[in-house]
Design a protein around this ligand. Sequence first.
Ligand SMILES: [Zn+2]
Ligand SMILES: [Zn+2]
Length: 169
Amino acid sequence: MDSKIPPANTQRLLLGEAILSATDVRVRRTLLKICGKNREAHLIACSELLTDPAPSASSASGTGQKRKRFEVCMKCKKEYNVEQNNDEACAWHHGQLLFINDDHDIWIDYDDRVYGPMDSKENQEMWPTAFLWGCCDKRADAKGCIISAHMPRPSKKACNRATSPILVE
Ligand SMILES: [Zn+2]
Ligand SMILES: [Zn+2]
């Protein structure tokens, strides 16, 4: 049965598995390498990952250069498409996860002599709903209490334009 599968197909499946299980860094390096060697791959990556300049930015800077299509928002920490960003696209909390949510089951038998302080970073990461936001007193999984446009993280390039990224093998 297995012998009927063409080797090319088997290899394609294996490659799919390898891509899915590879680390982010490994996939990024591989993609950069492919784009550097193959013009068509370069163009596909450009159309997937870049977009036209923002209408206001093109007239202000005058460069008319493309920009990244996807950014990660400083406020909600999510990835967003810059073409779909608007004044109501983002919901975030301006406070921190500070208060203990007394209703949460995790605190019933919690012994801080065994597990450490209740409001530790580890606990916040492990049981976010056991905490409340300092800004609005809502549970950690509640929708953000501030609505705004997504805000991109300041790009590293802007801080250090002279250096180009170096790929270490
Ligand atoms: Zn809030
Ligand atoms: Zn956002």
